[in-house]
Ligand binder design. Structure first.
Ligand SMILES: [Mg+2]
Length: 309
């Protein structure tokens, strides 16, 4: 065992193996993690694998295999199961991930899905949450708050005349895009300190990276890549970016003297990366609302809080 509980995935090195292997598992429960009327079976299959591949991306490893455990109520048909696997395979096949086993059981009421995924390192380069140092610059991939804005639309029940921004938010909620290639590239680059994926929202996940690294952080609100269009349907883009959850983007730290190398070599075809703040020697997570303005403690909210509103 190289790394046990406490990171995005566990890491092992089998005796005699040249490479490290990362393992992760995620459980999706109907009425807790999803609603059957909000997600098609294919989307559910896709998402059940995507959340696992995001954790492997966060370690910087290449996904290879997965197993699928399904607990299904009696009203689920064979056609439903085929659509579930079709959706899962639209994500798995292009990435070279094979389904190599699983289990099936009846369920008294709700659908439950447990996917376990394995990934292999390249050159034993794996990134951990604990690799951050004071002074490191913090970056995220993509846009924050998109999936949460999509969930808001579903909760409001007004998907009928959705525009392009609405559709994008719904797509990100229903079929999140795990950053597999980016994670692997960042691990291979040799310039990243700490890395994790954002699943519960920046305000809940950043403290986990900081605790593992023994540091604090300052985040600049003005630097966050917000999904500003969500204000059109009554959302607060900043609140969604901080506390919304299910972004499945990567959060990583880079030594300030390597930032120029990162920006010069990061592939243009990959999702954009954005500097959002810095790791600090002083513990605690702070948000700077405007440049030169006061900083305030960032409350550790997250997905549960958002769901309760
Ligand atoms: Mg994770």
């Amino acid at each position: 065992l190289v790394k046990g509980i406490g990171d995005d995935a566990a890491v092992i090195r089998p005796r005699g193996a040249a490479e490290l292997w990362a393992l992760t598992t995620d459980l999706l429960v109907e009425e807790v993690d999803f609603r059957r009327d909000w997600l098609e079976p294919g989307q559910l299959g896709y998402k059940a694998l995507a959340v696992n591949l995001s954790d492997l991306a966060a370690m910087g490893v290449r996904p290879t295999f997965c197993t699928v455990g399904l607990s299904l109520p009696r009203d689920i048909t064979g056609a439903w199961i085929r659509r579930f696997y079709d959706g899962l395979n639209t994500l798995a096949q292009p990435r070279g991930v094979s389904v190599i086993g699983g289990d099936l059981s009846a369920s008294p009421a709700h659908i439950q899905i447990a996917v376990t995924a394995l990934g292999q390192s390249r050159g034993r380069r794996v990134l951990y949450r604990s690799g951050g140092k004071p002074g490191h610059s913090l970056f995220v991939t993509g846009t924050l708050g998109l999936a949460a804005a999509g969930l808001k639309i579903l909760q409001s029940g007004t998907t009928a005349n959705a525009g392009a921004a609405c559709k994008l938010a719904l797509k990100r909620h229903c079929t999140p895009e795990p950053r597999c290639e980016v994670g692997l590239w960042l691990a291979q680059s040799g310039i990243v300190g700490a890395m994790m994926d954002l699943s519960d929202g920046l305000s809940a996940d950043l403290p986990r990276l900081c605790e593992a690294s023994g540091v604090g952080a300052e985040v600049h609100a003005s630097r966050l890549p917000l999904f500003s269009e969500s204000s059109r349907w009554g959302c607060d883009p900043l609140a969604l970016a901080l506390h919304g959850g299910e972004d499945f983007e990567l959060l990583f730290s880079v030594s300030p003297r390597r930032v120029r190398t990162l920006e010069a070599t990061y592939p243009v075809q990959y999702p954009p990366i954005q500097y959002i703040g810095d790791l600090t020697a002083k513990r605690g997570i702070y948000l700077i609302s405007e440049e030169g303005g006061p900083r305030r403690r960032l409350p550790r909210l997250g997905f549960d809080h958002f769901a309760a509103r």
